[in-house]
Design a protein around this ligand. Structure first.
Ligand code: ZN
Ligand code: ZN
Length: 514
């Protein structure tokens, strides 16, 4: 019997945790963090008390109450006894892409549960983890101890071994061999105290079930859709998809291939099912950036966009090069680019057009940053250097870099906000704060007002397919059952697609039998 249970990501955008069970196989399709629900209850100063285990996350509806998939040590002290399901084993997590709302809760899963994804996703996750606040979770899982009823990671300077272990990671594309030296690299003192596991390659099946990965276009490299062969037929999962970036032909290719599988079920994202598309693409965004750089040839230009949107970063870099400027990035940006290059992407990191911003009084402290400086130390540039000829640079800065502005000594810069409009109250407060900084330092802001993707010529396009494009997906693939996920409007699926296939609106924790 083939069963699909949506444990999170129904009737909301993000936090996808979908369980697919068939005969002797159990697979999760993504295990993301539901950021919206997290923010409903928490903020900077009220956080889930991870040091006490997972109890609070279950009670607050932030993790599925499924026994057998979490680190047992997190469950010991504060006993949760309202389990709704039990899994004896999990064969893997099929990850669609490395965004937090799809990968963010992997940190809670047992370290023997394999992660299966594209090489790009694996390396970006590794880079995000290395450079993140916690160096434990997605790939590297550290051991904990309980002290006075609290969980603490065992410090790296402890004598016993292992202090940490690598989660098994299988990549579905590319040869993992050239990636191994980056993948298995830890600073020497940690290396000897960790069960280091090389990247493995997936040979097209999990526990005898054929699985297929289709690379598609989205706002992060390495995104893909999945198809799993079950007793009932093929089950297809889109992850997040769009038709506006450099890989849009791959999204089309996925539709053709998925249609040939004649799937019994299609789990499809519907972030923008209620929205019409503007028709603009990343090419238009790039052209608009170029136009602004030409128009403001004598001023410092700062671009702010999502850190993991590396396609946009590469396009902005291209604009800088064409306009005789150097692109200045933060250490985290460069570390992501470095990881992306190791996954096989060709990037001219050393052709003189890229510089590494060296913040005021911020020498590299962490292991990842030190290794970055070993590779790219020559690219360093400081605020003082930039202040001497600001018109020669394009800076990739974000909200958290605002306190570098005083050191740039600029009074007439240009700030390009390449995001969609602020949606939540907190985002609006942050946006107002950003504006005050920009006013104080005399920046002109683009878009001048409102939504960057609603401008006549946009400075941002969405990472998600529009309503018409989603109709194109359904009409091409023509599944027997269509299950909406990652959408604020599942009812729209009923209205729009009931004539083409059976629409099944998922309920949290309720099995859909195929
Ligand atoms: Zn998403
Ligand atoms: Zn996404």
């Amino acid at each position: 019997m083939t069963r699909i249970t949506v444990w999170d990501g129904a009737n909301c955008v993000g936090g996808n945790k979908i369980l697919l069970q068939d005969r002797d196989v159990s697979l999760w399709l993504d295990f993301g963090q539901n950021l919206n629900r997290l923010m409903d209850y928490y903020e900077e100063f009220i956080k889930p008390q991870r040091s006490r285990g997972l109890y609070e996350l279950f009670v607050m509806g932030l993790l599925p109450p499924v026994r057998g998939i979490y680190h047992e040590r997190f469950l010991q002290d504060y006993l949760f006894d309202e389990w709704q399901a039990h899994l004896d084993g999990v064969d893997g997590v099929l990850l669609s892409h490395a965004h937090c709302d799809h990968a963010g809760d992997l940190q809670y899963l047992r370290e023997d549960i394999p992660l299966i994804c594209s090489a790009e996703s694996a390396l970006l996750l590794r880079a995000l983890q290395d450079s993140g606040r916690e160096d434990s979770g997605t790939i590297l899982v550290r051991r904990f101890e309980q002290k006075n009823g609290e969980f603490q990671t065992l410090a790296w300077n402890r004598k016993e071994t292992p202090l940490a272990t690598f989660r098994p990671v299988h990549v579905v594309d590319g040869d993992p061999e050239p990636m191994q030296s980056f993948w298995t690299q830890l600073p020497e003192e940690r290396h000897t105290k960790c069960d280091v596991r090389p990247l493995q390659q997936l040979n097209g099946s999990v526990n005898g079930h054929r699985v297929r990965f289709f690379p598609i276009d989205h706002s992060i490299p390495g995104a893909g859709a999945w198809a799993v062969e079950t007793e009932a037929g093929w089950v297809v999962y889109t992850g997040d998809l769009r038709f506006r970036g450099e890989r849009r032909h791959l999204t089309e290719h996925f539709l053709q291939e998925a249609a040939r599988l004649q799937p019994v079920a299609l789990l499809m994202e519907g972030t923008r099912v209620d929205r019409a598309g503007s028709g603009y693409t990343e090419d238009d965004v790039q052209a608009r950036f170029s136009e602004l750089l030409k128009h403001h040839a004598h001023r410092l230009v700062v671009a702010n966009f999502s850190m993991t949107h590396l396609e946009r970063l590469q396009r902005v870099w291209q604009c800088a090069r064409e306009n005789g400027r150097q692109l200045v990035v933060n250490p985290k940006d460069l570390y992501l680019l470095h990881a992306w290059r190791i996954s096989g992407r060709e990037l001219p990191l050393e052709d003189g057009s890229l510089r590494l911003y060296q913040g005021v009084g911020k020498p590299p402290a962490d292991a990842w940053e030190k290794s970055l400086h070993q590779h790219y130390g020559d690219l360093c540039i400081t605020a003082q250097d930039i202040a001497r000829s600001p018109q020669d640079y394009l800076l990739c800065f974000g909200y958290f870099d605002l306190n570098e502005l005083p050191y740039l000594k600029v009074s007439d810069g240009v700030w390009i906000q390449s995001f969609s409009e602020p949606m939540t109250e907190e985002q609006r407060v942050d946006d107002a704060r950003l504006n005050r900084w920009l006013q104080r330092f005399g920046f002109t802001r683009y878009p001048t007002r409102g939504d960057a993707d609603e401008e006549t010529v946009p400075l941002h396009v969405s990472g998600h397919a529009s309503g018409e494009e989603l109709a194109h997906v359904v009409e091409t693939i023509r599944p027997r059952k269509l299950i909406p996920v990652h959408t604020p409007a599942p009812a729209t699926f009923l209205e729009r697609f009931s004539g083409i296939c059976e629409v099944v609106i998922p309920e949290i924790g309720k099995e859909i039998v195929l």
